[in-house]
Ligand binder design. Structure first.
Ligand SMILES: [Zn+2]
Length: 252
């Protein structure tokens, strides 16, 4: 490993001993990495005001002594996402963005699309006015991160029999990974999808990124839709995802 300059989102910050900080980043170039910031806890000078979770930074790292651990040499702030910190509701909704990158991505697995999606989502939450806009931003993130990481939901037809979505009168959403028609066994767990939910999820999955900001999700669809996506994420990540649970409680 050689010294690297990375664009990265700070996901988690843990004190280590008297003076150091252990940091988890999601970087455009290397995916998720862990870096040690020596002296960052005691001497605030070098990284003053920089090492806050949710900060988008340009960082310089050098290989550490342990194989997969980096040493943080410098950091420069690209975007503090200040709008999120000025509103506790927005901050709570941003929690799952960081939590999922931390819990669902593999270390040193570059996923530049996932970082771009996370930054777009934070910007959307920051700007967002009203619950239907922020619920849509969170649902879009949950849907598109599945696709980025190779777990895309199947929504164009029934998972089991292949019946096209347009011909399914009372669709269900299954934790097996997408749409199930009423004639097929529901699998492990399935919810009845209220009218409009499948269409919203398909739009969130397939729309051009530039158009996604126009999506809105009404409270009637946000509750079951976000709960289903959270259950599916818990299944595939193997974590209980408390930040996602809190954000959904806020929408419900
Ligand atoms: Zn079927």
């Amino acid at each position: 490993m050689e010294p690297r300059r990375l664009h990265a989102l700070l996901l988690r910050c843990r004190p280590l001993g008297e003076s150091d900080l252990m940091l988890d980043f999601f970087s455009r170039e290397l995916g998720r990495i862990t870096a040690l910031a020596k002296g960052a806890k005691r001497s605030k000078r070098r990284f003053f005001g920089l090492l806050e979770i949710g900060h988008h930074l340009e960082i310089e790292v050098e290989p550490g002594r342990r194989g997969d651990l980096w040493l943080l040499m410098s950091a420069r702030l690209l975007d503090p996402h200040l709008g999120l910190r000025q509103d506790w509701r927005k901050l709570l909704l941003a929690g799952p963005v960081l939590e999922l990158l931390l819990r669902a991505s593999a270390p040193h697995d570059p996923q530049p699309g996932a970082l771009a999606l996370a930054l777009d989502t934070l910007a959307r939450l920051e700007r967002g006015r009203g619950a239907s806009e922020s619920a849509a931003a969170l649902a879009v993130f949950l849907m598109r991160l599945l696709s980025e990481l190779g777990f895309a939901l199947r929504l164009d037809c029934c998972l089991h029999c292949g019946k096209p979505a347009a011909q399914i009168g009372e669709p269900r959403l299954s934790l097996d990974g997408g749409l199930v028609c009423p004639a097929c066994p529901p699998g492990r767990k399935a919810i009845a999808a209220p009218p409009g939910l499948v269409a919203f999820l398909r739009a969130a999955q397939t729309m051009e990124p530039a158009a996604l900001g126009r999506l809105r999700l009404s409270p009637a669809l946000a509750r079951p839709g976000l709960a289903y996506l959270a259950d599916f994420w818990r299944e595939i990540s193997g974590h209980d995802l408390p930040a996602l649970g809190l954000a959904i409680g806020l929408e419900g």
